[in-house]
Design a protein around this ligand. Structure first.
Ligand code: SF4
Length: 238
C-alpha cells in the first residue's frame, strides 16, 4: 500500500498522437496543475487560443494504488501500451510519478513524459538526480514555452541521445521564438526536434500543417502529427 497521492485530471487508453511515438498504443495519465500562468497561447486562424488549463486544473487527488488499479483495468490482455504522463505540467508531481513507475513495474512498461521543461530545483542542483529522473523515461518530450527558463532548456538539451526530444507548437507567427530557443542548444541532434501545428480541429490544422511541413523541410526538423485533433477535433479523453 502506498500513502502517496497524485492529482489526476484523467486517465484513458488511446494511441500516442504526437511526437516520436506517434501511433503507438498508449495509456495517458493526465495530471492536474500547471506552473505557467497566464496559460500559453497560440494564434489559430488569426485568433488567440489559450491552453485550456482550467480543464487540466479540475483534477482529483487520488491514491497511487487507485491510479494503478485504473491503469491496470484499461490495459487489454496481451497488449503492452506505453504509459505517458502529461498535463498540465507533470513534473510538478515528480515524486508521485517516480513512485508510480517503481511500483507499477518500470521493467514491464515503457514510460514517456510530456513537459513544458520545468524541473524541480533539486534536479537543477544535483546532476545525479537529474540523470536518474530523465533516464526513467523512454521518451522525455519537452515543449519549450516562452516561460521555460533557459537554464532548464540548456540542461535538458545536454542529453544528446534519446530520451530527450523537443516539440514546438508552430502557429504561423512564432518561428522566431522557435529558432531563437534552438540557438540556445546548438549541439542538439536535429532528429530530436519536432514541429507540430497549433490547432484543435482538422479544419484548423489543414492549412497550418502544409506550412509546418515546409519549415521541417527547410530546417531539417521532424514533423509531428496531431492525430487526436485530426480524428476527433476537440473531444477529450480519446
Ligand atoms: S505549459 Fe502546457 S499545460 Fe501549462 S499553460 Fe502551457 S500548454 Fe498549458
Amino acid at each position: 500500500m502506498s500513502q502517496q497521492k497524485i492529482k489526476l485530471a484523467e486517465v484513458f487508453y488511446t494511441i500516442q498522437g504526437e511526437g516520436p511515438n506517434a501511433g503507438v498504443p498508449a495509456i495517458f495519465i493526465r495530471l492536474s496543475g500547471c506552473n505557467f500562468k497566464p496559460p500559453c497561447s497560440w494564434k489559430v486562424d488569426g485568433k488567440v487560443q489559450y491552453c485550456d488549463t482550467l480543464y487540466a486544473e479540475k483534477g482529483k487527488l487520488i491514491s497511487l494504488d487507485a491510479l494503478m488499479s485504473r491503469v491496470n483495468s484499461l490495459i487489454p490482455i496481451s497488449v503492452k501500451p506505453i504509459i505517458v504522463f502529461t498535463g498540465g505540467e507533470p513534473t510538478l508531481q515528480y515524486e508521485a510519478i517516480s513512485e508510480f513507475i517503481s511500483k507499477f513495474g518500470g521493467a514491464r512498461y515503457h514510460f514517456d513524459i510530456e513537459s513544458n521543461g520545468s524541473l524541480p530545483q533539486s534536479m537543477l542542483n544535483d546532476s545525479a538526480k537529474f540523470y536518474e529522473w530523465i533516464y526513467t523515461f523512454s521518451h522525455y518530450i519537452v515543449s519549450p514555452k516562452p516561460q521555460t527558463p533557459t537554464e532548464n532548456i540548456v540542461k535538458l538539451a545536454s542529453i544528446h541521445t534519446t530520451p530527450v526530444s523537443f516539440k514546438f507548437v508552430y502557429d504561423g507567427t512564432n518561428i522566431d521564438f522557435i529558432r531563437n530557443t534552438l540557438l540556445k542548444m546548438p549541439f542538439l541532434n536535429p532528429d530530436h526536434i519536432y514541429l507540430m501545428s497549433a490547432g484543435c480541429t482538422p479544419e484548423e490544422l489543414r492549412e497550418r500543417d502544409i506550412e509546418t511541413v515546409e519549415l521541417c523541410k527547410k530546417f531539417g526538423y521532424r514533423f509531428s502529427p496531431r492525430i487526436q485533433s485530426w480524428l476527433y477535433g476537440k473531444k477529450r479523453g480519446v
